[in-house]
Design a protein. Structure first.
Lengths: 121, 107
């Protein structure tokens, strides 16, 4: 069964840090782009960052550039999101997602259940 | 700039059909999109990939009641024989962009 399981969320004070993890199973992790997507309370889905198969290509939404770092360990089938200098507006459920890249098509086709990050004093 | 536009809400009766729309911004009408369903208090679920020619590939276990079609820059998700569990938010997505979502109410 194809599966993504996130962990690492929690309550953190503004300015603090958290590291999210996502463990993949049921597919060859190293051959896929991977993304982090978040959803603030009562809001829609927002792409946060993605990373290429070997980790050399990384992209971020403007609001997290310089504060968040996406990374992966293909030997451990794991995806990470290091979040520093956290702000209240980073409060959200964070989802790990598998990217499908087919020629010019690029879309997400597998989702984890999410991990909740709350930034508050 | 790539933008996906969805109506905020839609409603239809139990057992009826509904057609949701996602519109690609100018210059991007050839892009494929994905449709995702998010039931209340749950994470997103991939429904299908939908190409500009209307061909679509559904995810594992997605019922035949869900289908997709395309016309120009418009991408459609049709749900037939509506059931109560279809009440959810539906998002279209391509590359790093999501539509704003459509909240579907089953009456």
């Amino acid at each position: 069964e194809v599966q993504l399981v996130e962990s690492g969320g929690g309550l953190v004070q503004p300015g603090g840090s958290l590291r999210l993890s996502c463990v993949a199973s049921g597919f060859t992790f190293s051959t896929y782009w991977m993304s982090w997507v978040r959803q603030a309370p009562g809001k829609g889905l927002e792409w946060v960052a993605n990373i290429g198969q070997d980790g050399s290509d990384r992209y971020y939404v403007d609001s997290v550039k310089g504060r968040f770092t996406i990374s992966r360990d293909n030997g451990k089938n794991s995806l990470y999101l290091q979040m520093n200098s956290l702000r209240a507006e980073d409060t959200a459920v964070y989802y790990c997602a598998r990217d499908q890249t087919e020629a010019v098509d690029h879309y997400m086709d597998v989702w984890g259940k999410g991990t909740t990050v709350s930034v508050s004093s | 700039q790539l933008v996906l536009t969805q109506s905020p809400s839609a409603s239809a009766s139990l057992g009826a059909s509904v057609k949701l729309t996602c519109t690609l911004s100018s210059g991007h009408s050839s892009y494929a999109i994905a449709w995702h369903q998010q039931q209340p208090e749950k994470g997103p679920r991939y429904l299908m990939r939908l190409k500009s020619d209307g061909s679509h590939t559904k995810g594992d276990g997605i019922p035949d009641r869900f289908s997709g079609s395309s016309s120009g820059a418009e991408r459609y998700l049709t749900i037939s024989s509506l059931q109560s569990e279809d009440e959810a938010d539906y998002y279209c997505q391509t590359w790093q962009v999501f539509g704003g979502g459509t909240k579907l109410t089953v009456l």
